[in-house]
Design a binder for this molecule. Structure first.
Ligand SMILES: Cc1cc2nc3c(=O)[nH]c(=O)nc-3n(C[C@H](O)[C@H](O)[C@H](O)COP(=O)(O)OP(=O)(O)OC[C@H]3O[C@@H](n4cnc5c(N)ncnc54)[C@H](O)[C@@H]3O)c2cc1C
Ligand code: HEM
Length: 384
């Protein structure tokens, strides 16, 4: 139970977290991944190596400590964490491992003089409270997904039905459930969790669903990542008929209902969730502005399909920017392509620098901030 004395101590730790949070969480992950091999496959090692995941956790712990008196302020953070956890099947039995390692990391990084037994007790109580919140919301999400038609809980076996080359780097993979039953109809923009065994090693990854729900199959579209374990396996090694384990669709970067014009702005493989959103938006009468940036025409995926959609739907306007011909997307192009009436819903995804630039441009163009939504293909980070 978290007492007022505990809360005071946690709040007093905020300055330490502001300066040393990442050192703490980096130490924490190194220890946990070394000593608890059972949780290793849950984590993407690339996100450890580039520091994104320790940074995301440090930011979350800091936000929590800052808001320890008013947890209702945490809303957005909790839902981002829960969606990611649910897509990767984080379960209650994992929480004590994280708790134990976090407390040890606090003690080892801050030293026993700062991390006194009172500080450790306060953080133990605070962690317990946060873990209870997350486990509660996660259980609710697991149950909801199991109760939805076509839904399930945990891993379900899917086999690869077909693979389609979309560009030099991106291929689409169509998966159907081995049991032949219907599949949960995902919201446009959501992603799956995949669990694969590659050379005897388990790996988990998220992939956005790149087509609208049909209740029968799922399509993902994967970019070959140089040196990447899972993307190369999906491109080269998974045979047609091969089976992977899939966790139910998750994610909150979804097309919100409404009648405002929709701007879908992507770069590279960031196009994937916007394809499902595009299909869904075209089922309404909303005008759609589909803006896509690629390194070159050869690197652009889905071009013929987009062309045929644009020919069929007057409400759709497609704009492309090729870096090798016109440089990167800029304010002038966006101002020219977007409608003069800026009261629109914007969704954007691509590399971090691209998203930061798009966010700044949309702001400058007067698109209301609360109508600009984005997601990261990795742990969330600040866009500046
Ligand atoms: C919500 C979400 C949706 C996503 N949707 C898509 C999608 O639609 N399409 C898509 O293609 N991707 C998507 N991704 C990204 C995807 O999950 C994978 O991260 C991506 O496919 C790379 O995985 P990999 O196993 O091939 O590469 P990894 O093995 O994870 O490697 C990635 C890079 O890091 C380097 N690396 C790995 N380990 C280390 C290390 N220890 N030290 C230093 N460098 C290292 C590798 O050499 C490589 O360059 C999404 C991610 C998220 C979170
Ligand atoms: C109070 C406890 C916890 C907090 C505050 C927390 C916080 C976070 C945050 C902030 C992210 C990044 C979300 C995003 O931006 O996408 C994340 C992702 C993740 N969390 Fe947790 N988490 C907690 C417990 C756990 C537990 C118990 C596990 C399992 C051992 C776990 C495993 C993961 C994994 C695997 C990811 C994705 C990492 C990646 O992309 O490499 N978390 N968590």
């Amino acid at each position: 139970m978290l007492s007022q004395a505990h809360r005071d101590i946690v709040r007093d730790t905020v300055p330490l977290l502001e300066t040393g949070g990442e050192v703490l969480t980096t130490h924490f992950y190194a220890m946990m991944l070394r000593e608890y091999p059972e949780v290793r496959p849950l984590f993407n090692q690339a996100h450890q190596a580039n520091g994104d995941q320790p940074r995301a956790l440090a930011n979350a712990v800091l936000m929590y400590a800052r808001n320890i008196e008013r947890l209702d302020q945490l809303g957005g953070l909790v839902s981002t964490i829960v969606n990611k956890h649910v897509a990767l099947q984080i379960l209650p039995e994992h929480y004590p491992i994280v708790g134990k390692c976090l407390l040890r990391a606090i003690e080892e990084v801050l030293g026993k003089e700062v991390a006194t037994p009172a500080v450790i007790a306060a953080w133990a109580a605070a962690y317990g409270q946060l873990a209870d919140i997350l486990m509660g919301v996660e259980e609710q999400a697991y149950q909801e997904k199991a109760d939805t038609p076509g839904g399930w809980r945990g891993a379900r076996s899917f086999r690869l039905e077909r693979r389609v080359v979309e560009s030099a780097e991106i291929s689409s993979l169509y998966f159907v459930p081995v049991d032949g039953d219907p599949v949960l109809r995902h919201q446009p923009g959501q992603y799956l969790g995949l669990k694969l065994l590659i050379n005897g090693q388990e790996h988990r990854r998220n992939y956005s669903l790149s087509a609208m729900a049909d209740g029968v199959r799922y399509r993902i579209s994967v970019k070959r990542e140089p040196g990447g374990v899972v993307s190369n396996f999906l491109h080269d090694d998974l045979a047609i008929g091969g089976v992977v384990e899939v966790f139910p669709p998750s994610g909150e970067f979804v097309l919100a209902p409404g009648d405002k014009p929709v701007a879908l702005i992507s770069a590279g493989v960031g196009i994937t969730p916007t394809l499902a959103m595009l299909e869904a938006a075209l089922q309404t009468s909303r005008p759609v502005y589909f803006i896509h940036c690629a390194r070159s025409r050869a690197a652009q995926a889905f071009a013929p399909w987009l062309q045929s959609l644009a020919a069929q739907h007057k409400q759709l306007r497609c704009f492309y920017r090729y870096e090798d011909e016109d440089g990167r997307l800029d304010d002038a192009a966006l101002a020219d392509w977007l409608p003069r009436e800026r009261n629109l819903d914007a969704y954007f995804l691509g590399p971090k620098g691209f998203m930061a630039a798009v966010q700044t441009s949309l702001r400058a163009l007067g698109v209301p901030q609360e109508q600009c939504r984005y997601e990261f293909f990795g742990p969330a980070a600040a866009l500046h």
